[in-house]
Design a protein around this ligand. Structure first.
Ligand code: COA
Length: 704
């Protein structure tokens, strides 16, 4: 990253406004007015062919006439003029273009957009936008946008793909008490994208936390890398996940990937915390910008009201932080700060009689206790207490505890006095919310951040005992004959080249060979039709199981061929597969997709109805280490089945995790060829007894 150029674009020391205007109501008027009103201290150069004066500033006919240096140019002329002004900016040595103008790729003018980027790159400039609102920065007193004013000052930075949403969020920062130092509208992302912004904001000393509104990423893998390397919390609200890629999916895995699950996985793997909606983005941003991550799972709740305590307890469970009773020493000490009828368990109920002292003393003690990983303090406004007094007690307790490596969040439920007290708390860096649920959710965000950081730290070591060349040979042969669908025999050959345990499966051309192979494999056997034109083998009557002798093999051979011909007379039939019959065990499914944003991703789930009806599956961007794969096994709702539920023996999760990791390497190595794949079913046995892939399917990329 060329920091000088990015700093020039995003923290400019001088700005030209190209298309500056003296006519109120025009965007070129508003941008100049906003720069002046925000107190921008660097030189502002209005550019307008008419020259003269604009809003009291000397205007220039072209940037080339400006005497001083220009860091950034805000471009507010109609799209068709933008390439011309970009050229002039390049000649002038401008570092970055903030292209507010619309009328580019969003309306099918990709050509105009690439032309601007090309010109910019020829001159070493970077382009923000086009189709954006602009940039806002409190620490630079710079509102180079048509958003009404700078946001409430704070430590967060917002990068938004939607301009309108940025404007709305800007205005609502004051109502929501969430402070931002910067807001950057990123629009069409013709050049600068989320990956760049994450890297730049990470090194920007005025940013403490990065908040993203994402409709789609352009460079998923680089985004993940930059996010993983970032030292600051990143929180993302992703919209438009519903139909992503689902329609075109050819395999089981492909259709399951369609609900944004790959995005979710990618964010988690990159250490990014997700927000569920706009409110949640604000609430979580507040916590992540003010508080440290939550280092463990022990959440303690202190309250003066049983009702809010129970609500918060429910929320804690909902957000993955179920409450545990506080240890005896904590309970014993807290009992000193409540009446006899209080409760020191968890939630700690100080009762409605609690005043400042009880709050202050219990918060100070609990926050410093090593068992407590995070503290939520709830307060219901009463006639006997002053919310401001309680707020000050909490703040003093936190300060006196000297603790800075674990978080606190509060909720005051009440009226205007509580609102004012919460505003005061936020100014003191204690996130405060109106609802118990929100403060617990904020704490969960701080816990997720810590957990995701751990997850992102796992690294993948590629295995060397794989034969990529052999796999590619199989693919080349298929490509030479046909296009995309590989038969089970071909797919399994690739799996075998990667050392994956597949059920012994051989192709028979005729009855005699079928018997020969069956005897070599050992009875009972399974027999299946092998045809690139028949992928749903059972539907075609092309699968027969538990065949016990040579007569059975001969009969099955002919029945399967007859059924296949009746199902699809023109099908190209390669023969019949003879396969060892794997012993019964627990069925699971492994799958992969080549996601348009993140590339190869793996899926894991329980087989049978669990995958078809319950869709109980989990995804990760590939490759995954065996440790990460083990986490996938634990992620699904049906995990207890693998762990050995209801008297069953635990299943060989280690073998399964290793298999999944190896499989993820295969789909990464072959990502230029493989679009989707399934290993379904895979049968997993009891601990120490491994797992076997019974059926496998690979769909190649459509290279036409
Ligand atoms: N250099 C500098 N200024 C120039 C110029 C040039 N080469 N050519 C024309 N101008 C001046 C015009 O004379 C005009 O100034 P004036 O008011 O003094 O006459 C000014 O630039 C603006 O040009 P105009 O043709 O009046 O355009 P406009 O103001 O109606 O619209 C945009 C310009 C960029 C605002 C408009 O095209 C647009 O894209 N609007 C949408 C913006 C948006 O919504 N962005 C995304 C939000 S999410």
């Amino acid at each position: 990253m060329d920091l000088e150029v990015f700093n020039g674009l995003l923290r400019p020391k001088s700005i030209a406004v190209i298309g500056a205007s003296d006519t109120p109501g025009k965007i070129g008027y508003t941008v100049v007015k906003n720069l002046l009103e925000s107190g921008y201290e660097g030189p502002i150069y209005p550019i307008n062919p008419k020259g003269g004066e604009i809003q009291g500033l000397k205007a220039y006919a072209s940037v080339l006439d400006v005497p001083g240096e220009i860091d950034a140019a805000a471009v507010v002329v109609p799209a068709k003029i933008v390439p011309t002004v970009a050229k002039e900016c390049g000649q002038k040595g401008v570092k970055g273009l903030i292209v507010i103008a619309s009328g580019f790729s969003e309306v099918g003018r990709d050509d105009l957009e690439s032309q601007v980027v090309e010109i910019a790159h020829e001159h070493g400039m970077r382009v923000l936008g086009p189709n954006i609102v602009g940039i806002l920065s409190n620490s630079d007193q710079c509102n180079a946008s048509f958003a009404p004013f700078l946001p409430l000052p704070g430590k967060a930075a917002l990068v938004s793909q939607s301009g309108a949403l940025l404007i709305a969020m800007d205005a609502s920062t004051y109502i929501r008490r969430v402070g931002f130092d910067k807001m950057v509208s990123i629009g069409n992302m013709s050049d600068v994208n989320f990956a760049d912004m994450v890297a730049w904001l990470d090194q920007d000393e005025t940013t403490g936390c990065v908040s993203l509104y994402i409709e789609g990423l352009k460079d998923g893998r680089r985004f993940m890398e930059n996010a993983r390397e970032a030292s600051k919390p990143i929180i993302a609200l992703k919209s438009g996940v519903s139909a992503h890629g689902a329609a075109a999916a050819a395999s089981h895995t492909g259709s399951l990937a369609g609900s944004g699950k790959v995005y979710e996985a990618a964010f988690e793997q990159a250490g990014v915390v997700m927000a569920a909606d706009l409110n949640n983005l604000f609430d979580r941003t507040l916590a992540l910008s003010l508080q440290p991550p939550m280092p463990g799972d022990n959440l303690l709740i202190i309250t003066n009201g049983g009702g809010v305590g129970v609500l918060a307890t429910d929320s804690a469970e909902r957000y993955g932080l179920p409450l545990r009773y506080a240890p005896d020493d904590v309970q014993a000490e807290l009992q000193n700060h409540m009446p006899e009828f209080g409760s020191a368990k968890n939630p700690v109920d100080l009762t409605g009689m609690a005043g400042r002292d009880w709050y202050q003393d219990s918060v100070q003690y609990a926050f410093a206790h090593k068992w407590v990983d995070g503290l939520v303090v709830l307060y219901c406004e009463t006639a006997m207490t002053d919310p401001q007094d309680i707020a000050e007690g909490i703040q003093e307790a936190v300060e006196a505890s000297g603790i800075t490596d674990k978080p606190i969040a509060v909720s005051f439920v009440g009226g205007e006095r509580s609102e004012a007290a919460m505003r005061w708390l936020v100014e003191k860096s204690i996130p405060a919310y109106n609802e118990p649920d929100t403060s617990v959710n904020a704490m969960a965000a701080l816990r997720e951040y810590a957990r995701n950081q751990d997850l992102a730290a796992h690294s993948f070591e590629p295995l060397s005992d794989v034969d990529e060349a052999a796999a590619r040979e199989v693919i080349a042969k298929v490509r030479a004959e046909r296009c995309r669908d590989m038969t089970e025999i071909e797919s399994k050959a690739i799996f075998e080249a990667y050392g994956l345990p597949v059920a012994n499966t051989r192709l028979a051309d005729d009855e005699a060979q079928a018997v020969e192979l069956a005897e070599a494999i050992g009875y009972p056997v399974v027999m299946k039709i092998v045809s690139p034109d028949i992928l749903h083998k059972s539907d075609a009557g092309g699968v027969m199981v538990d065949i016990k002798d040579a007569d059975g093999v001969r009969e099955a051979f002919n029945t399967i061929l007859d059924n296949a011909k009746a199902y699809k007379s023109e099908a190209n039939i390669h023969g019949v597969a003879i396969q060892e019959m794997a012993p019964w065990g627990t069925e699971v499914i492994l799958g992969s997709v080549n996601d348009p944003t993140f590339g190869p991703a793996v899926m894991f789930g329980l087989g049978g109805i669990f995958v078809e009806i319950l869709r109980d599956v989990t995804f990760r961007v590939a490759p995954v280490s065996a440790d990460q794969a083990a986490k996938m096994l634990a992620d699904i709702n049906g995990a207890p089945i693998l762990e050995g539920a209801r008297g069953e023996e635990p299943k060989d999760r280690q073998a399964l995790a290793e298999l999944l990791s190896r499989y993820s390497q295969m789909i990464c190595d072959l990502a230029d060829e493989v679009q989707e794949s399934d290993a379904n079913p895979v049968i997993v046995y009891e601990e120490g007894e491994g797992a076997i892939i019974v059926d496998a399917r690979i769909i190649l990329k459509d290279n036409d």
